[in-house]
Ligand binder design. Structure first.
Ligand code: TGC
Ligand code: FAD
Length: 395
C-alpha cells in the first residue's frame, strides 16, 4: 500500500497559518477529543446537553468571546477564532453554536453596540462562562426578513416595555441574558429596530424549549416570550439603530460558521476514509474500488477548497476588510458543500452510516440547521446576486 495523505497535507494548509494559530487549533482539537467526542453522540441521542458545565470548560479554553478585546476576552485574531470554530464543529455543530451565540452574537452585540455599563456588567461574566447569553432576532413569521418583526418596545416614562415572541433561539431557556431586537416605531419600518439587554429573570420573560428537533439535538433551542417585560432606559443598546445593528452581529457568527461547517465536513471525510480502508466488500477493501476513490477525491477537493476560502476570508477579516457579500460566499459554499459531503460519506458507511456510532449522519442532520440559520442558502445566493448585479431581488 502507498503512503497516505490527509487533505490538510495534500493542500499544505498549515503553511497558511502562523505557529500561534496552529497551537490554538491543536489545543481546541485536543479539548474536543477529551471532552466532547466521547459524549456527543449520547447528548445528541438524548437531546440533553450540559450547557452550564460546558460553558465553564469552554471559558477555560478561552473561546468565549475569543476574538473580542478587553473585558476578560482573549482578543485573538479572527482567523484563530475561525480555527477554534472549525475544531468545535468537527466534533458537533451544536458545540460551535453554543460558542457562536455566546461570543459572536450576544457578547459581540454588547461589545460593539453597548454602553460602558452594559459591557462591564455582562462581558467578563460571559467570557468566564458564568453568564450564558442568547440572541433573539427571528420570529415565527419573520426569519429571512427580520425587518418585519412584530416584537414591540414602547416607552413608558423612563422605562421600556417589551411585548412579542422570538422563535428558534439557541440557548434561550438556559440563558441568563437575552439580547432582544424589537421595533420601537412601526411607522419607521425596520429603522425603528433597537436592541435590548434583557436579564432573563425579568418578570414577563419566559423561554419554553423547542422539542422534537431532528437536527442540532446537542443544542438548546427555544422560543422567547415577552409579556409586558419592563426594562430601565439603560437596557437599550445605545449605539445600534435599525437593522444594521443585528445584521452586523450576524456577520460575526456567519464568519465562524464558514470555518465550522468545513470542520464537520472534514470529520465526515476522515471517518469515511478510515471506514473504507477496513471494510471488506466483494473480498477487498472498499477504499480500493475506483467508485469509492472518485467519491473520496471529489470530497477532498471540496474540503480543501473550503479551507482555502475560509482562510482567505480570515485574512481579510484580520485586515478589517471583509465585506458582508464575501461572508455570504463562504457561508453559502461551505455549508452547501459540507452537507453534501456528510451525506456522501454516509453512503460509504452503508447501513452503519445510519447509526450514531459514526458521525456523518449526525453531522448531516446538524448541517440542515446550519444551512438554514444565519441566513439560508437562498438568502446568501441573493446577497451574492446583489453584489454581482447591483439589483436587489429579495422583494
Ligand atoms: P437591507 O436594506 O439590505 O439592509 C438594512 C440595513 O442593514 C445594513 N446591512 C448590513 N449591515 C451589516 N452587515 C450586514 N450583513 C448587512 N446587511 C445589510 C444595510 O446597509 C442597511 O443599513 P442602513 O443603515 O442603510 O439602514 O435589509 P433587508 O431588509 O433588505 O434585508 C436584507 C437581508 C435579507 C439580507 C437580511 O435581512 C438578512 O440577512 N436576512 C437573514 C436573517 C438571518 O440571517 N437571521 C439569522 C438570525 S440569528 C441566527 O440564526 C443564529 S443561529 C446561531 C447558532 O446557533 O449558531
Ligand atoms: P423562512 O424565512 O420562512 O424561509 C423559508 C424558505 O424560503 C427558505 O428556503 C428561504 O431561503 C426561502 N426564502 C426566504 N426569502 C426568500 C426570497 N426572498 N427569495 C427566495 N426564497 C426565499 N434565530 C435567532 O434569531 N437566534 C438564534 O439563536 C437562532 N438559532 C437557531 C437555531 C436553530 C437550530 C435554527 C433551525 C434556527 C435558528 N434561528 C435563530 C433562526 C434562523 O435564523 C431562521 O430559521 C432563518 O433565518 C430562516 O428563517 P425561517 O426559518 O423563518 O425561514
Amino acid at each position: 500500500m502507498a503512503e497516505t495523505r490527509t487533505v490538510t497535507q495534500l493542500f499544505a494548509l498549515d503553511t497558511l497559518l502562523t505557529e500561534e494559530e496552529i497551537a490554538i487549533r491543536d489545543t481546541v482539537r485536543k479539548f474536543t477529543a477529551a471532552r466532547i467526542r466521547p459524549h456527543v453522540a449520547q447528548w445528541f441521542d438524548e437531546a440533553q446537553i450540559p450547557v452550564r458545565e460546558l460553558a465553564k470548560e469552554l471559558s477555560g479554553l478561552g473561546v468565549l468571546g475569543m476574538h473580542l478585546e478587553g473585558y476578560g476576552c482573549a482578543g485573538t485574531s479572527a482567523t484563530a477564532y475561525g480555527l477554534a470554530c472549525l475544531e468545535l464543529e468537527a466534533a458537533d455543530s451544536g458545540i460551535r453554536s453554543l460558542v457562536s451565540v455566546q461570543g459572536s452574537l450576544a457578547m459581540f452585540a454588547i461589545h460593539h453596540w453597548g454602553s460602558e455599563e452594559q459591557k462591564e456588567h455582562w462581558l467578563p461574566r460571559m467570557a468566564a462562562g458564568d453568564a450564558i447569553g442568547c440572541f433573539g432576532l427571528t420570529e415565527s413569521d419573520f426569519g429571512s426578513d427580520p425587518g418585519g418583526m412584530r416584537t414591540r418596545a414602547v416607552r413608558d416614562g423612563d422605562d421600556w416595555v417589551l411585548n412579542g415572541a422570538k422563535m428558534w433561539i439557541t440557548n434561550g431557556s438556559v440563558a441568563d441574558v437575552a439580547v432582544v431586537w424589537a421595533n420601537t416605531d412601526l411607522e419607521e419600518g425596520s429603522r425603528g429596530i433597537r436592541g435590548f439587554v434583557v436579564p432573563t429573570d425579568t418578570p414577563g420573560f419566559s423561554a419554553p424549549e423547542i422539542k422534537n428537533k431532528m437536527s442540532l439535538r446537542a443544542s438548546v433551542t427555544s422560543e422567547l416570550v415577552l409579556e409586558d417585560v419592563r426594562l430601565p432606559a439603560s437596557a437599550m443598546l445605545p449605539k445600534a439603530a435599525g437593522l444594521r445593528g443585528p445584521l452586523s452581529c450576524l456577520n460575526e457568527a456567519r464568519f465562524g460558521i464558514i470555518f465550522g461547517a468545513i470542520g464537520a465536513a472534514r470529520d465526515c471525510l476522515e471517518t469515511a476514509v478510515d471506514y473504507a480502508q477496513t471494510r471488506l466488500v466483494f473480498d477487498k477493501p472498499l477504499a480500493a474500488y475506483q467508485l469509492t476513490q472518485a467519491k473520496l477525491a471529489d470530497m477532498a477537493l471540496e474540503v480543501g477548497k473550503g479551507h482555502l476560502l475560509a482562510y482567505q476570508l480570515g485574512r481579510l477579516k484580520d485586515a478589517g476588510e471583509v465585506e458582508p457579500a464575501q461572508v455570504s460566499l463562504g457561508k453559502l459554499n461551505n455549508c452547501r458543500e459540507a452537507i453534501k459531503i456528510a451525506r456522501e460519506c454516509r453512503t460509504i458507511l452503508g447501513a452503519n452510516g445510519i447509526t450514531l456510532e459514526y458521525p456523518p449522519i449526525r453531522h448531516a442532520n446538524n448541517l440542515e440547521s446550519v444551512l438554514t440559520y444565519e441566513g439560508t442558502a437562498e438568502v446568501h445566493q441573493l446577497q451574492i446576486g446583489r453584489a454581482l448585479t447591483g439589483a436587489s431581488a429579495f422583494r
